[in-house]
Write a protein that binds this ligand. Sequence first.
Ligand code: AHR
Length: 504
Amino acid sequence: MTLKATVIADADFVISKLDRRLFGTFVEHMGRCVYGGIYEPGHSTADANGFRQDVMALTRELGPTIVRYPGGNFLSGYDWEDGVGPKEDRPVKLDLAWHSTETNEFGTNEFMIWCKQTGVEPMFAVNLGTRGPDEARHFLEYCNHPGGTYYSDLRISHGFKEPHNIKFWCLGNEMDGPWQTCAKTAHEYGRIAQETAKVMKWVDPSIELTACGSSQRLMPTYGKWEYEVLDTCFDQVDYISLHHYMRNDGNDIKEFFAEIEALDYFITEVAAIADAVAASRRSTKRIMLSLDEWNVWYKAHTPDDLKKPGWPKAPPLLEEIYNFEDAMVVGGALIVMMNHADRLKAGCLAQLVNVIGPIMTETGGPAWRQTIFHPIADCTRLGHGEVLRLKVDTTTFETKSQGDIPHLLTAAVRDPQTGHVAIYALNRSTEDAMELDIDLRGMGEGLALVAATELHHADLKIVNTKDNEVIKPAPNGSATVKGSRLTAQLKPQSWNVFAIETQQ
Ligand code: AHR
């Protein structure tokens, strides 16, 4: 059977301008993300800084806008001072988060050079586990103050005359999680976040700050945590974070698809809690949301994936191998994120390379694209402008965890400057093709389809390997635009992208 779905997209009905920082990613000092990932001196493609050029080229192709650093759980025991200055003087320390040995040969300045070369904005985080406001203000002074003070002159003495001007900062990481080094109660965290935010904004009022929300929606303190934390630091922060890792533990594609709905609820709920705090003080301020860790992650979750014995240096950890169904779920999550563009202003796919990453490498060997690479690249490449508020008519299917959910998930982004429109469509039926009909209203004459691609495979479990990238976009020859109507056949279980331009 063929399902039918109709959509109305009108240029006048806009959810919000899309903040391109929604398409970010994350580099943590863990496993082979930094060492053996973005940085591997001695690798045949490494430049003078030790940056793997094959990984950098794939990162540019992936197209993230902002990259969070240096953690993650690693952050909560990290001393930023260890990672600056002459490499030979940097201490080697135990990393308690991942039971690894950290050489510190890569640190803040190396990351900033890597960001500049790659063409991405940095998102930094300060350690509110073992440390606090004092180190945070010194770190910010080191990074952003022009000069003439101890820490800014220290940066200059390290060879960086110009301030880094890092704008986006996270106040700690997953501070509600018992696994976190020096986890805190909501009260303890709210207070330290408040004081840290206060002094950081005194050092540099132009920065934006994110308070830690719950480390997942299933945390027992979820909801109460957000309320109490924001009730404490509402005046000092700009964002609250969300972390969402989608799982397929039951090997049931319908339930796996429903994990996307859980993200939808999560975003709506956190925005509502933030607004409840605003209401309690009759404030017009709106706290925005930063989904600063998200992905599919459940296969590489055994004790051995999380920790290797013997404090190794950069051991392989969380090296999730992504299959085709994971790529669809990642695409669906991106659609949900775009459709929440009014409140969700940043997102970081965790992580960039090797550690639950869209890019995989072999140490000393090649780098390649995992399946999830493609929906992300589709969004970073074409998702510019305003997210449209669509009217969607689609069939539904039943799930145990989220009830009836729509077969079609879709988002449309239109750039009012160029008139370009990108439409993303996920057909979540595993059995049935779908006839998609989109009425594009108020977008002018001469609409033309410039590209239509699909990701599809009959085998949900198929993976890409270094020798064979099976999952990659293929043309969808069924798509046409006539007048203001886009029609296309979507294969069952397929991720589809349509790029439309005005030919005038
Ligand atoms: O991304 C992997 C880990 O997941 C991060 O270090 C932590 O913040 C989260 O629990």
